[in-house]
Design a protein around this ligand. Structure first.
Ligand SMILES: Cc1cc2nc3c(=O)[nH]c(=O)nc-3n(C[C@H](O)[C@H](O)[C@H](O)COP(=O)(O)OP(=O)(O)OC[C@H]3O[C@@H](n4cnc5c(N)ncnc54)[C@H](O)[C@@H]3O)c2cc1C
Length: 476
């Protein structure tokens, strides 16, 4: 609970219309896209709700809210689009959600600097639309472009469709403005490179709001490409596609999109047996940039793929993939965000799915894939998809618990996913490359970071002595 005097103070800071106390809205502020179908049973029970939500419209208002919370020892949860997939906005200790979406102004747009300074609550899609009008574009293009905010994307260090060429969200950040857990405002210099001490803005990239609230970011922006081509290559075996991707990477070829995906046949009536199920593997490729570059990259890529027995099956499958890439976000918006609900109704998707996304040294990828298939087979899970996205090292698997239509054993899927994640760690990789830690992966973070976990704890105690900023996240 928060006291009436705190509610009154919040109303004075952000205006009464921007303090939310309605139960149904607070419920929506307390969940993101990490539904129970993704293994929430691991957490034992439904998370508590936030006690209030506020919608500040400026950095100084955010700072006032934070100072109040620091004084009163009230937990704060920064809240962007609420589209995270790891439960990073789950209010483990209740408190106040700080919704940044009113802070959606483009402060400065400078094509000469190739940089935009933007408030953190802007939706990625809105920002990209505004840039388009100036012949520019965002380099970060996740499925969730229409529903995720810039601050959320930076705080999870997300990866999008164009990451092969433009990098992850974090790699596009030049500088940040952050309200620290004590209410002070930190501004880092917006330059592409500095060696004047350690790079402080990196402390907030991928930090899920535990070190402060990002209120403004200066990011790299890009000119709209002069040329774009689509290409699809089919491989009889995943291994052939992998070798082609490795060669492309070693040569320095940089498609905007590269996605090597294997789709083993569906059960549909039972789990597949063993790891030798026949499957189809496709490499979806988009090249964009200046015309000569696009032409040269395409020609050399096709040569490399042919040497790996790849067959050019034309642009259409990739074109279709590209044109529908944001559809899942529009569906999510319609079903959940527009209706202010976040709990995924089980009748819509009765089967539980798990989606490990690990980063692993390229030399280990094929062995890792083989061992993941063994785990899936042992646990009677259907591998619906196995893919390498943007780089040979970024490996994903979509797993479906086919035994589940109500009668499956609880926890099997979560156990299999954990086994795959710890295997990645043991093979020299990282357990997650795109969605962050949230509540979903907090139990494995100390294992991932080792001594780094103590470093994080010490940083946290120094910056946030009362542990008010998104407590419990990053296992802090
Ligand atoms: C249909 C769908 C498709 C998706 N596809 C992708 C994809 O392709 N690539 C990808 O990377 N992700 C994807 N996601 C996941 C999600 O969209 C991303 O993680 C996104 O970056 C989260 O942004 P958000 O604004 O919704 O953040 P939220 O979910 O609101 O917050 C995420 C975390 O960031 C913190 N946070 C939010 N704003 C701030 C701030 N201003 N300052 C400090 N901390 C803050 C929150 O406290 C929380 O810890 C998808 C999700 C859905 C539902």
């Amino acid at each position: 609970m928060i006291s009436q005097s705190v509610v009154e103070a919040l109303r004075r800071i952000v205006g009464p219309e921007n303090v939310i106390l309605e139960e149904s809205l607070l419920e929506a502020y307390s969940l993101d896209a990490f539904g129970r179908y993704r293994g929430m049973e691991q957490q034992g029970s439904l998370p508590p709700r936030v006690h209030a939500a506020v919608r500040p419209s400026s950095t100084s208002k955010v700072a006032e809210v934070v100072k109040l919370a620091h004084r009163e020892r009230i937990p704060l949860v920064p809240y962007g689009g609420g589209t995270g997939i790891a439960g990073a906005v789950t209010p483990l200790q209740g408190g106040i959600a700080v919704d940044l979406k009113k802070m959606n102004r483009i402060v400065a747009l400078n094509s000469e600097d190739r940089a935009a300074t933007v408030e953190a609550g802007v939706l990625l899609g809105d920002l990209d639309e505004a840039l388009k009008g100036e012949g520019l574009m965002l380099g970060h293009d996740p499925y969730s472009v229409p529903i995720a905010t810039l601050g959320g994307a930076i705080s999870t260090n997300g990866v999008g469709y164009r990451a092969a060429k433009y990098g992850s969200m974090g790699e596009q950040v030049l500088g940040l403005e952050v309200v620290l857990p004590t209410g002070e405002v930190l501004q880092t210099r917006a330059v592409p490179k500095s060696s004047a001490g350690p790079s402080l803005h990196h402390l907030f990239i991928g930090s899920e709001g535990v070190f402060g609230i990002i209120t403004q970011a200066t990011i790299r922006i890009f000119r709209l490409p002069e040329a774009r081509v689509f290409k699809t290559v089919a491989f009889a075996k995943f291994e052939d596609g992998f070798h082609a991707l490795q060669e492309m990477s070693s040569l320095g070829l940089r498609p905007a999109l590269v996605d090597l995906t294997e789709e083993p046949p569906g059960p549909p009536d039972g789990p597949p047996e063993g790891s030798s199920t026949p499957s189809e593997t496709r490499m979806y490729l988009v090249f964009e940039g200046y015309a000569e570059e696009v032409e040269a990259q395409l020609a050399r890529t096709l040569k490399v793929c042919h040497a790996s027995r790849g067959e050019d099956i034309g642009p259409a499958p990739t074109r279709q993939y590209w044109d529908t890439r944001h559809d899942s976000a529009y569906r999510y918006k319609e079903r959940f965000i527009d209706r202010s609900v976040r709990e995924w109704p089980t009748e819509e998707w009765p089967r539980r799915t798990g989606y490990p996304h690990v980063a692993i040294p390229a030399s280990q990828v094929l062995e890792y894939r083989h061992r993941c298939y063994e785990i899936a087979s042992r646990q009677h899970l259907w591998v619906r998809e196995c893919s390498l996205w943007t780089q040979p090292e970024l490996f994903s698997m979509m797993l479906v618990d086919v035994s589940l239509e109500g009668q499956g054993e609880e926890g099997t899927l979560a156990q299999a996913v954990d086994e795959m994640l710890t295997l990645a760690q043991d093979m020299g990789g990282s357990m997650e490359y795109v969605h962050g830690v949230g509540v979903k992966l907090a139990h494995l973070l100390p294992r991932e970071l080792g001594t780094g976990m103590d470093v994080l704890r010490r940083l946290k105690t120094t910056l946030d002595p009362h542990n008010i900023m998104n407590p419990g996240k990053l296992a802090l």
